[in-house]
Design a protein around this ligand. Structure first.
Ligand code: C2O
Ligand code: CU
Length: 507
């Protein structure tokens, strides 16, 4: 074995930039192709990963002297990390010890519809004292998460979420870890404050762009990516003013304590790396509404290798990560020199810092291999198969969000807004007729953004959650290959719970 040389450390970042330059090709199949390659299901390993998750009230300590009543899986926030290898079956017994119904949703994992955990759509809500067994074979390796899908603005807010990692079949050459960011709205004693006491959001909490464009590797440095956002939301522009006329429950709950893996700023456990080591950091944003920003404290670059669990065909290199709600980013950190550094972001009460400490020395391992994005037909010129228009019910006195004119009824029947033929690539148009950004999430499928306001987007990744900017029209393509009844909704949990959800069907 050779010791790491300077070259072996520097090469990958250069290589990534080069790969990136030539990789923004768009497939040219101009017709809908029902025989388009459906990702093959993984080969079963025969292993069954079993967990039992009990939802109940508990007290968690966010830092010394600050404890709060949480609703948690197995009394920890985040809940236990679930790890499986691609090809393993997963069997989770859920027991609900809350005073109200609940379910678990496996965010981003393309599970069968009956296992998806959406009350009234996939299953009956699990009553207090009840149990439900979720069983499925995760079809894609990557970073996912699980969370309650009932009254999410309270249940997830209070802590009912956890990380779910599907490891690839080939043994990883680098260590990895999950970093779940969250924010809490608490009084000085740690009591949860109502959403109406929400702190005003900052520009970055609401816009948060970046995601699809960031995946275009030719734009190597992410620094410019807030440009559009700052233009729209900076100062008292079109967005900033409007937002404050929308009540907090509708606008989103922005907290005053930020945590990583349940620990508040100043008490976040450091990542300990050996000099020369590469480490796969899996970031997940479990916040209700807040977008988090993390920057290298010393400006050093890192490579983003996967978004929403799915490996990028061309990773990109940046020194800044912007994490909208519900999204996951897998990042390779490199201890290229012997110096400690940190990933840090936010200001004031929202500041957060993940320290990185160097101890000892090791060999530098190869970068993980990149994914191959499935070929997809070019539907930019096609007319959309479905249009979802998002706005508030009233500009002057908003009480809910509406999709195609209708707020979602959490307890009742809802119309199916679109039915897609199984196995087809469909084009969905999202029209944001509101002055706020929305993080649109589809269940059971991945999407790829193809245009924003008619402008071509060369994203090279598939995402389960995409940010739609204020007043933007966004076209996405999706392979409708997972049969059943599904929902799509905004992952700002306060938007979701106040109507911004719709049903669709694949048959
Ligand atoms: Cu992570 Cu329907 O949600
Ligand atoms: Cu929204």
């Amino acid at each position: 074995m050779t010791s790491p040389t300077k070259r072996s450390i520097l090469f990958p970042l250069v290589a990534l930039l080069l790969i990136g330059g030539g990789c923004a090709k768009t497939p040219t199949t101009a017709v809908r192709d029902a025989s388009a390659p459906v990702p093959a299901p993984p080969k079963e390993t025969g292993n069954v990963v079993e967990h039992s998750l009990v939802a109940k009230k508990t007290t968690v300590e966010l830092k010394p002297g600050l404890s709060t009543e949480a609703w948690a899986y197995n009394e920890t926030v985040p809940g236990p990390e679930i790890r499986a290898t691609l090809g393993d079956r997963v069997k989770i017994t859920f027991k609900n010890e809350l005073d109200e119904p609940s379910t678990i949703h496996w965010h981003g994992i393309r599970v069968p519809a009956a296992m998806d955990g959406v009350p009234m759509v996939s299953q009956e809500p699990v009553p207090p004292g009840g149990t439900f067994t979720y069983e499925f074979l995760p079809p894609d390796a990557g970073t996912y998460f699980y969370h309650s899908h009932v009254r999410v603005d309270e249940q997830v807010d209070r802590g009912l979420y956890g990380a779910f990692v599907v490891e690839p079949s080939e043994k990883a050459t680098m260590r990895d870890g999950v970093f779940a960011l969250d924010d809490w709205l608490l009084d000085a004693k740690g009591a949860r404050l109502p959403t109406t006491a929400s702190e005003p959001e900052l520009a970055i909490d609401n816009v948060l762009d970046v995601v699809s464009e960031a995946a275009t590797a030719s734009r190597g440095h992410a620094g410019h990516m807030m440009a559009d956002g700052s233009m729209m939301m900076g100062g008292m522009g079109s967005g900033g003013m409007m937002n404050h006329m929308i009540p907090a429950e509708i606008n989103g709950r922005f907290g005053n304590v930020v945590t990583v893996n349940g620990r508040a700023n100043g008490f976040v456990a450091p990542i300990v790396l050996a000099r020369g080591e590469r480490f796969l950091a899996r970031f997940l944003n479990a916040s209700n509404a807040m977008t988090h920003e993390l920057k290298s404290s010393d400006g050093r670059a890192f490579a983003v290798v996967a978004v929403d669990g799915i490996a990028l065909s061309a990773p990109y290199v940046t020194d800044r990560l912007i994490l909208p709600p519900a999204k996951r980013f897998d990042v390779v950190l490199e201890a290229t020199n012997g110096k400690d550094w940190a990933l840090a972001g936010g200001t004031g009460k929202r500041a957060i810092r993940i320290p990185i400490k160097i101890e000892g020395e090791t060999e530098t391992v190869a970068m993980p291999s990149s994914g191959v994005a499935p070929a997809m037909p070019d539907l930019r010129a096609a007319k959309p198969d479905a249009t979802f228009q998002v706005e508030t019910d009233s500009m002057m006195n908003a009480t809910s969000w509406v999709v195609n004119g209708r707020p979602y009824d959490m307890e009742g029947e809802n119309p199916v807004l679109a039915t897609f033929a199984r196995g087809t690539w469909v084009k969905m148009r999202f029209e944001n007729a509101s002055p706020m950004a929305h993080t649109m999430h589809v269940h059971g499928h991945f999407m790829r953004v193809i245009t924003r306001n008619g402008q071509r987007v060369d994203a090279n990744t598939s995402e389960d959650t995409v940010v739609m900017r204020p007043m933007e029209t966004m076209d996405v393509v999706m392979l409708a290959d997972n049969p059943g009844d599904w929902v799509m909704h905004c992952h700002n949990l306060d938007h979701e719970e106040h109507g911004l959800m719709a049903n669709f069907k694949v048959e």
